[in-house]
Unconditional design. Structure first.
Length: 119
């Protein structure tokens, strides 16, 4: 019912239900995706930071579908965390986050200096 009704007051309830990601992750992600115009994309980001496993797959896929500009930095830096389930959404994250574009995000660089060994 939460995926079909359009009440913005349900976002907090949907976030709580989404924390039970093994069973209700897909439903919560879909409900928040449908409410993206009234704070659902922020709730998806909140949920993506807190769920693991298949729940994270559903939430990240919903973030890719919503295409929020606020989600882009998170998708570039945190979406793929090394879990084996990342393969299910890595391509969608690269496309949705416009990985091929030059990023306005600061790039971390390391300066390396090689010093020759002295005799």
């Amino acid at each position: 019912m939460l995926t079909t009704v359009w009440d913005d007051d349900d976002i907090e309830l949907i976030k709580t239900i989404g924390l039970l990601s093994n069973r209700f992750g897909p439903l919560a992600a879909r409900a928040l995706e449908r409410r993206s115009w009234c704070g659902g994309s922020d709730a998806l980001l909140w949920l993506a930071e807190r769920v693991t496993g298949w729940g994270r797959v559903y939430v990240v896929e919903s973030l890719c579908t919503v295409g929020s500009t606020a989600a882009r930095p998170w998708m570039l830096r945190r979406a793929c965390d090394g879990d084996y389930l990342n393969r299910y959404f890595a391509g969608r994250v690269a496309t949705a986050a416009h990985l091929h574009w030059r990023s306005p995000l600061p790039i971390l660089t390391a300066s390396w200096s090689i010093t020759p060994a002295c005799c």
